[in-house]
Design a protein around this ligand. Structure first.
Ligand code: 5CU
Length: 376
């Protein structure tokens, strides 16, 4: 068996396989891939916050096109492997990036999910031991198709969980209709990698939002979306009803490590909840759930963030990630080292001590243990 002590595992790393890119190229509303007269390179436009700029760029050929260049890093497995090599990553657990299959018609979602999951499975088989994946669920499909897809991915050798957005079946993750799905995922021992996409309503960024690029939606909207989704699940009792449910939260749990205490205080001081018996003395607190059912990625880029994450869920539940192919270097070669990846790895070292046992665990050991990456 390989010596796992120094292996670096990236658990937050995305791809849009060619079949998905083709789908986006055929679309006229976001998410889409489009070429503009003002820039011949295709651009990937994903976020609601990019809508106004999209409209402007289509009307006015001098306006700056929105989105991000669709580089080869998004769809090519060779490029993923090259990125891993140049950024000192031994193993990647790849997932489809947002917004997954959320926009598909009910009748097509099941077939496309199957194609994408089987494509990832073949890719991992071809790079056995180096690549694993989180599968994608056809959430807009009929319930029986959705359930069948869980059974299908459970049997794929390199699948270690599923990536999930916050919309669920359309009503969020506290929707009681999702409980059987969560139970099936728990029974199949498939961890949920919870990842944001929708952020916050555009209005909160104010009338000058366009001047601020993607900073506010990505740095604040994404983490708040995750925070709200998990807080809703907690309030609805989902974690108690599905005790086997395990979730890995993107971006170190949004703001949950910082806000868990405040959530607790608000629960304890909510007269209606307390008087209606909804705050029993023996309940599991938010802190308990975060320690028992939640794992956090280490994609937070700071010592303060990593310390908060480690104190909240435990350093043994924290796992390194890069968010590749997002956040490419702006002024250096995208075939070289990526500042976003190295900066995050350096943050782990400086927080926990370079080459310490804890740093090694965060960089790879925890992922190998939790996601069973040493099992054939
Ligand atoms: O740059 C972006 O828009 C994104 C995104 O959409 N998803 C993600 O995971 N990271 C960055």
């Amino acid at each position: 068996m390989a010596d796992n002590t120094n292996r670096v595992v990236d658990i937050h790393t995305h791809m849009y396989p060619p079949v998905y890119v083709k789908m986006l190229e055929g679309r006229t509303t976001i998410p889409l891939v489009r070429k503009f007269v003002q820039d011949p390179e295709p651009r990937l436009i994903l976020l609601a916050s990019e809508l106004e700029a999209l409209d402007n760029a289509l009307k006015d050929p001098t306006a700056k096109p929105p989105g991000r260049p669709l580089t080869s890093h998004y769809a090519s497995v060779d490029q993923k492997l090259h990125f891993m090599k140049t950024n000192r990553i031994d193993v990647s657990v790849v997932s489809l990036a947002n917004p997954w299959l959320d926009f598909l018609e009910s009748s097509e979602a099941g077939g496309i999910a199957k194609e994408i999951n089987e494509g990832f499975s073949t890719m991992c088989e071809e790079h056995c031991g180096k690549l694993y994946f989180f599968a994608t669920l056809p959430l807009t499909a009929p319930l029986d198709v959705l359930k069948q897809s869980i059974q299908d991915v459970k049997n794929l050798k390199h699948c270690r969980g599923v990536i999930l957005g916050t919309s669920g079946l359309g009503k969020g993750l506290d929707d009681p209709n999702l409980l059987p799905i969560f139970q099936e995922l728990a029974d199949a021992e498939l961890i949920i990698f919870l990842h944001p996409h929708y952020g916050l309503p555009n209005e909160v960024y104010g009338p000058r939002a366009e001047e601020y690029g993607h900073v506010l939606p990505l740095a604040l909207g994404f983490p708040m979306e995750t925070t709200i989704a998990v807080a809703r699940m907690y309030m609805a009792g989902v974690f108690d009803q599905v005790r086997g449910l395990r979730m890995l939260l993107a971006h170190s749990g949004g703001t949950l490590p910082f806000l868990a205490g405040r959530i607790e205080s608000c629960i304890l001081h909510d007269g209606d909840l307390v008087r209606n018996g909804k705050v029993p003395k023996d309940r599991r607190t938010v802190w308990d759930v975060l320690k028992e059912q939640i794992y956090l990625d280490a994609v937070i880029y700071s010592q303060v963030g990593l310390r908060a994450a480690a104190e909240t869920s435990g350093a043994d539940r924290l796992m390194y990630g890069t968010d590749h192919p997002f956040f490419p270097p702006i002024e250096s070669d995208i075939q070289g080292e990526w500042h976003s990846a190295i900066f995050n790895a350096d943050a782990v070292d400086s927080t926990f001590g370079k080459e310490s046992d804890v740093a090694r665990a965060v960089m790879g050991g925890n992922a190998i243990r939790v996601l069973r990456l040493d099992e054939e």
